[in-house]
Write a protein that binds this ligand. Structure first.
Ligand code: AQP
Length: 336
């Protein structure tokens, strides 16, 4: 039996958005009072696509600031960046040798991110899920709060853990992790296309609400968000195949912590302009205080760097101990 321990990560690839918040970070905050939690800025994942080094450093601090501004307690949780704890990369190499190429080729995120030019994608992008498995298993974490887009990678983490435990005849050494995916907002969709997920790397800034967006910009983005010509339905079944409408209604439900059916009770039969102004109000009320806090925190870089340093030391202690055991199991000798 493994002690319940939470691990999750966020890439420092730009402004965090409402999808990151409702799909993942809000869940991180809820879990912090119940379990031991480790939250990581996964900068090594970020470089699987080309990053500007200067921007990567400032995005790392901004991601930490976003964690804290969203309500993560820096004393209670271990908060650090991935590159500071080299055991992640060391275990990832071992997992590169455990996982099979066929497993990597099936990953939909690789297919989506590599696009048509697969041959030109970095090798890192292909083996990204092995590093993600290492991030989690180096701490023997048991539960991982993520958005639904990461579910396939977590299934792969389970497969890697099972194969390692089997190959090296050490049953139950690595836990078989459980995803914690929020039911309502597992996948927040783009404001421009209800079939695509909201994402930092999408070209149009109007496709997402960033945590640092101000009131006027949020109002404008929601006003311009794509919908259809029909009024809001009164029944859940009326949202079928209406991807943009369903997305906006789910966002409203999630922010106000109510069921989608309750939103339909309130707005069913009304047109979208009335609903959109209420949605704007709710988003502004939730997001703007976080954005203001991020801006405030970013003024004190040494405070943020101090948190990363302290977190890395705590993470390193757990990771190093586990890595020692793993090297021993695999038959690797580490002299220092
Ligand atoms: N649209 C989303 N809806 C729900 N959850 C989401 N997450 C991301 N987008 C949505 C969740 O946020 C956590 C951190 O994600 P990430 O930044 O590490 O990487 P990502 O999933 O690739 O997010 P982006 O915004 O799409 O980044 P880019 O554009 O850089 O690739 C994860 O738990 C994720 O599930």
């Amino acid at each position: 039996m493994h002690k319940k321990r939470i691990f999750s990560g966020v890439q420092p690839t730009g402004n965090l958005h409402l999808g990151n918040y409702l799909g993942a970070i809000q869940n991180f905050v809820n879990l912090q009072n119940k379990f031991e939690c480790i939250y990581c800025v996964v900068d090594l994942h970020a470089i699987t696509n080309r990053q500007n080094p200067k921007e990567l450093k400032s995005n790392t601090l901004e991601t930490i600031a976003s964690f804290i501004a969203s309500g993560l307690n820096v004393e209670k949780n271990i908060i650090f960046n991935q590159a500071s704890v080299s055991a992640h990369s060391e275990l990832a190499w071992i997992f590169n040798c455990v996982a099979r190429i066929g497993w990597m080729n099936r990953m939909t995120q690789f297919k989506e991110k590599a696009g048509k030019n697969k041959e030109n994608a970095s090798v890192g992008l292909l083996v990204y899920p092995n590093l993600m498995a290492a991030d989690i298993l180096i701490y023997k974490a048991t539960h991982v709060p993520v958005g639904e887009d990461q579910k396939q990678h977590l299934e792969l983490t389970r497969d890697i853990a099972k194969k390692f435990n089997n190959d090296f005849n050490c049953q139950d050494f690595f836990p078989i992790v459980e995803p914690l995916i929020s039911n309502e907002m597992a996948r927040v969709m783009s404001l421009r296309d209800g079939k695509k997920k909201m994402s930092k790397s999408e070209d149009s800034d109007f496709s997402r609400i960033n945590l640092k967006d101000g009131k006027d910009l949020i109002d404008q983005k929601i006003r311009k968000a794509k919908t259809d010509n029909d009024p809001i339905p009164e029944q859940l079944s009326g949202l079928k195949n209406r991807y943009e409408a369903a997305n906006l209604i789910s966002i409203y439900a999630s922010i106000n912590n109510i069921e989608v059916s309750k939103v339909l009770d309130e707005f069913g039969g009304k047109n979208f302009s009335t609903f959109k102004s209420k949605l704007s109000e709710s988003v502004v009320e939730k997001i703007c205080p976080i954005g203001n806090e991020i801006t405030k925190l970013l003024k004190d870089k040494s405070y943020l760097n101090g948190i990363l340093e302290k977190g890395a030391k705590k993470a390193e202690l757990i990771a190093k101990n586990n890595l020692k055991e793993i090297y021993n199991i695999v038959g690797l000798t580490k002299y220092i």
